[in-house]
Design a binder for this molecule. Structure first.
Ligand SMILES: [Zn+2]
Ligand SMILES: [Zn+2]
Length: 375
């Protein structure tokens, strides 16, 4: 929970999130608090409060946890959802931007999220963006007002950048012909963006430059990005972020640049490809009631030595025990029947080739370790 004011100033009052989606309460003394709809604002508040800039040149921070938005519940939209949030505060370097993007993509690969695409844009800076904004205002003001949605008619004066990501089809048709920010970037912004894109190219990271990828507030500058899923179903954002060089100052802190992103955990969970369950190394098939004490001691010894598996826990028909061994998906079935018990041996059967050998019980650990290493 944070002061409502913090979200109004960081996310912006003219956004759906702040306008319609926050859970807000007012205390008896008249102070207004809201459940966090996103994490960055709270991280910035903490950064300023603890004066982290004094002790750390570049602060690399992350947080995970629940966020809250009062939205119409529907598939893929939850009123309490979870985010992973990363921030890199204190550097203006384009390598910070590339580093954050690469880290995000590494992470997605590591958790087996495939079929994603990177969208990228630069929003310019305090020097060059106003020229773009006024070109946008000029362009949209020449469009008959009934050609744009009600929100966009208001945005033309209050926040023209936000018209660019309007989902309304009529608005989109006009946005397609609108001026693009790339034509307005100053030299410093052009240089910054080209180091980001060259670094990504050198890492073989494909991206799509999307001129309509915006964040509508003044303190969001330069690089913005989104990772969208391209799998079956609608294109949806998995993660999004960007540079916010003016944000900390706007919140009353020092003039420190930063860049960050947020990643929705529920959406990630939906996209994670199902991994094969890990296969146990063995299943001990105990075929003789008298063999249980020996079998139990053997599986404890195997586990102590790092091997994974279990045994049937009571006498059953041979057929039923072998069915359990099959179902366990173990690599080896270790058979302990009356013959093996009499010889202090175990029959080791490969479940993939069905070949089997009989091994002395005291050589079992070493035999299995070597056989598993060979694959
Ligand atoms: Zn610029
Ligand atoms: Zn619109």
């Amino acid at each position: 929970m944070e002061r409502t004011e913090l979200f109004k100033r960081s996310i912006g009052e003219d956004t759906d999130v702040v306008h319609k989606e926050m859970y807000t309460l007012t205390t008896e003394s008249g102070k207004s608090y809201s459940l966090r709809p996103e994490a960055t604002a709270g991280v910035m508040r903490a950064y300023i409060e603890k004066a982290l800039n004094a002790s750390t040149q570049v602060a690399r921070l992350f947080t995970t946890g629940p966020m809250f938005r009062h939205e119409r519940p529907q598939k893929g939209r939850l009123r309490q959802f979870h985010q992973i949030n990363c921030e890199c505060i204190g550097s203006q370097s384009p390598y910070a931007d590339a580093d954050m993007i690469c880290m995000l993509l590494h992470f997605l690969r590591a958790i087996n999220v495939r079929d994603v695409a990177l969208e990228l844009n630069s929003l310019g800076c305090a020097e060059c963006r106003p020229k773009f904004t006024s070109a946008l205002k000029d362009y949209f003001s020449h469009i008959a007002s009934d050609e744009l949605c009600e929100d966009c008619r208001r945005r033309i004066t209050s926040n023209p950048l936000r018209v660019l990501d309007c989902k309304n089809e009529r608005c989109k048709a006009h946005v397609a012909k609108a001026p693009v920010i790339a034509d307005f970037l100053c030299q410093a912004c052009t240089d910054h963006f080209s180091v980001v894109t060259e670094t990504l190219k050198a890492e073989n990271i494909a991206y799509h430059q999307n001129p309509n990828l915006v964040r509508g507030l003044d303190y969001y500058t330069r690089t913005t990005f989104e990772v969208v899923s391209t799998g079956i179903g609608s294109q949806s954002a998995v993660a999004g972020g960007g540079r916010y060089d003016g944000l900390i100052k706007a919140l009353g802190g020092p003039d420190v640049p930063g860049i960050g992103f947020a990643c929705g955990m529920e959406r990630l969970a939906m996209l994670m490809e199902k991994k094969e369950p890990p296969r146990p190394d063995f299943f001990m098939a105990v075929l003789e009631p008298d063999a249980f004490p020996r079998a139990f001691a053997l599986i404890q010894e195997l586990r102590t030595n790092g091997l994974k598996g279990c045994m049937n826990l009571q006498p059953q028909s041979v057929k039923s025990v072998f069915r359990q061994a099959d179902k366990s998906l173990a690599t080896y079935c270790l058979i302990l029947g009356s013959d093996e018990l009499a010889q202090n041996a175990v029959t080791v059967k490969s479940m993939s080739t069905s070949s089997q050998t009989t091994i002395a019980q005291d050589a079992l650990v070493q035999h299995l370790q070597e056989a598993l290493k060979k694959g």
